[in-house]
Design a protein around this ligand. Structure first.
Ligand code: 8X3
Length: 253
């Protein structure tokens, strides 16, 4: 199927669940064509059934797999919007006890995975003439907190990459949007960070009446990318009302 020139087309990484999956569904509901990219094929099955979604199996930390994904997307008509959502946190250890392998993994997936995707798809976005890149960083990339250093360092890194990219790509008319979510209750984020401890993961959101959910952030992403191209939401911090700041969360009960 050839893409019509007026059809918007995006690639979303980390699309198998959470914010990535919700974003893929939001954009297809708006008539976009979406390449939903994730590491595990079986986790993409539920999206593959959706009209307008093309599943792409790829680990963003593997340049050879990213090159394959670029080939697939190019042959299928290309994109005008790249949404770098793949990322994550691992561990809540203080600096004194942080595990090197956790820090490496976080840097690899949040910073280098994003870098791999940008380097691969930038020529296509420049050539399009009105390209958009959205990077999902985090409020953890603005304010360090106890037990957060490894994740903070990775997200500060991704935040820096995003700021430099915006400066570099303006002359190519590539819009660079940074979305910085705060507390978002998804099925995987805290479970992964807390190494599968479901009770501890649940405690993160305890008493918060309305934590954000994946679709709330997806709604913000969709708004940002559907604004006329000359409008750039440089940085959007998205939190639940109950989280007035990183250190101030209203919990009831
Ligand atoms: C997730 C936000 O507050 O857990 O990116 O660092 S937080």
């Amino acid at each position: 199927m050839m893409t019509q020139p007026q059809t918007r087309s995006a690639l979303v990484t980390g699309a198998s669940s959470g914010i990535g999956a919700a974003t893929a569904l939001r954009l297809t509901a708006e008539g976009w064509r979406v390449f939903a990219l994730a590491r595990r094929a079986e986790k993409l099955e539920h999206l593959a059934e959706q009209e307008g979604i093309v599943p792409v199996v790829c680990d963003v930390t593997e340049p050879a797999q990213v090159a394959e994904a670029l080939k697939t997307v190019t042959e299928a008509g290309g994109i005008d919007t790249l949404i770098n959502n793949a990322g994550g946190a691992l561990g809540v250890d203080p600096v004194a006890e942080g595990r090197l392998e956790d820090w490496r993994w976080m840097y690899e997936v949040n910073v280098l995975g994003t870098l791999n995707m940008i380097q691969a798809f930038l020529p296509m976005l420049r050539e399009h003439g009105e390209g958009t890149i959205v990077n999902l960083t985090s409020t953890a990339g603005l304010v360090p907190y106890e037990g957060g250093a490894g994740y903070n360092a990775a997200k500060f890194g991704e935040h820096a990459l995003t700021g430099a990219l915006r400066l570099e790509e303006a002359e190519h008319n590539v819009r660079v949007v940074e979305i910085l979510p705060g507390m978002v209750k998804t099925e995987e984020f805290s479970a992964k960070r807390l190494r599968g401890d479901a009770a501890a993961a649940e405690k993160v959101y305890a008493g918060v009446e309305k934590p954000l959910v994946a679709d709330d952030v997806a709604a913000v992403i969709a708004q940002a990318v559907m604004l006329p191209h000359h409008i750039n939401l440089d940085q959007v911090v998205v939190r639940p009302v109950a989280q007035a700041a990183q250190h101030k969360v209203i919990r009831r009960g």
